[in-house]
Design a binder for this molecule. Sequence first.
Ligand code: NAD
Length: 429
Amino acid sequence: MNLAIVGSGYVGLVTGACFAEVGHTVICVDNDLKKVHQLQDGLIPIYEPGLEALVKSNVAAGRLAFTASIGEAVDASKVIFIAVPTPPQPDGSVDLSFVEGVAREIATHIKKEYRIVVDKSTVPVKTGEKVAQTIGRVNPGADIDVVSNPEFLREGSAVEDLMKPDRIVVGVSSERAVGPMREIYEPFNAPIMFTDLNSAELIKHAANSFLALKISYINAVAAICEASGANVERVADGMGADKRIGRAFLNAGIGYGGSCFPKDISAFIRISRELGYPFHLLEEVEKINANQKERFLKKIREALWVLRQKKIGVLGLAFKGNTDDVRSSVAISVVQQLIAEGAEVRAYDPKAMEKAKALVPQAIMVDAPEKVAEGADALLVLTEWSEFKFLPWAAIKKSMLSPLLFDGRNLLSREEMRALGFTYTGIGH
Ligand code: NAD
C-alpha cells in the first residue's frame, strides 16, 4: 500500500523503514529541511540499532523516499500517519500545535479520493475527534477517516519492536478504515486490536503510566532496602518471578527519563484531572521519580562533602542504553547539578555525546570511557550501556584519585567492584 509518514524522527523514520521492509511504498515527510537532505543523501540523523541498513536497503529497493512536502505525500498515499512531536507545556499539558498544524496542512491537500489520517503521536484522549473536526473544517468535502494507532516502540530496540510487536492497537470511528489498517499490519504477524478512537488513545497513556509506576514502585522499595539492609535486586527477582508481576521494569535506578515517560505521565495526570478524576497515584509516581535523583546526589555529596573543584567522571549521558537520545535524560540532569555545584565533570557516552554537548557545554567530553576516571575523585554510572560492564575496571581503579564508584543503574556487580577495591555504592543495597 502507498503510505505517508509525517514526522521523520525516532517514531516516524523507524516506522517508515519497517513499513517499507514488509513491502509497502512509503514517503517520509519532515519540515526540517536539513534532516530531509541528510536522509536523501543516505545519512541517518538518529542512532537506532539496525536502522541504517534497513533505510538504505529500502531506499535502494525504491520503497522508501523522503520529502519536505506534505502535499506530495498526501497525493501519493492512501494512508497518512502523523508522527510529529507532542511536547509538554509548563503546566504539564500536551502541546498539540504540531498535530493540529499537520492535520490542517493534510486537509488542504486532500482531493476527491478517500484518505485515512492515522495519529501515531502520543496524544491525550479525544485528540482524534479534534483532528477529524479540524480536517472537516478546513476541507468540508474531504472524504476521510481518522484512526488512532499509538506506538509502543522502545528507543534502543525500535526496529525490533516494530518488526515484532506484542500487539498493534488501532482505534477507529468507522468500519471503512478497518480493512486498510489490517492490510498495513498483517505482514507483522502480531495481534491487531481494534477499538474505538478514545480507548486507543487511552491505552497508550495508561500503558506508559503503568510502566513508570513499576519503576517508581521498585525505586521506593529500593529506599526501604537501603534502610533495612535488604538487596533490591534480590527483592525484584523474587517479585518478578511471579507471572502476575513480571521482572521487566523492576530495575531500581536514578529514575525514568526520556522523551516519553515524564511527559506522558504528566499529561495523563492533567487529562484525568480535567475529566474529573485526580489521579493522585500517578502524582506520587512523579514525586518518587524526582526524589530518586536527589537521593543519588545526596550519596555523592555525603561521600565527597564539598563538590566544588572535585573531578567527577561520568559514564553515560543518554536517557537509557542503546540510544543517542538525551531528551529529559536523568543523566544529563545529574551532570547539570554537579556542574552547578562547582564540580569538574568529564563524561563519556558511546552514542549521545554529540547531542549532550548543547545541554552540558561545561562538561568535558572524552573519546574513551577509561579517560573519565583519570585523576577522578569519583566515578558515576548514569546510563545502562552494557559495554560499561566490560571496561578494564582494575586499571580504571588505579587511575582514580579515590576509588569512589556510584552506580546509578545497578549495572555492575557490587561484589566484583568491591573485590577490585572500589568503594561501590549502588541503588537499593
Ligand atoms: P522526534 O522529535 O524524534 O521526531 C518528530 C519529527 O517531526 C522531527 O523530525 C520533526 O522535525 C518533525 N516535525 C515537526 N513538525 C513537523 C511538521 N509540521 N511537518 C513535518 N514534520 C514535522 O519525535 P519522536 O520521538 O519520533 O516522537 C513523535 C511522537 O511519537 C511523539 O508524540 C511521541 O510521544 C511519540 N512516541 C515516541 C516514542 C519514542 O520512543 N520516541 C515512542 C512512542 C511514541
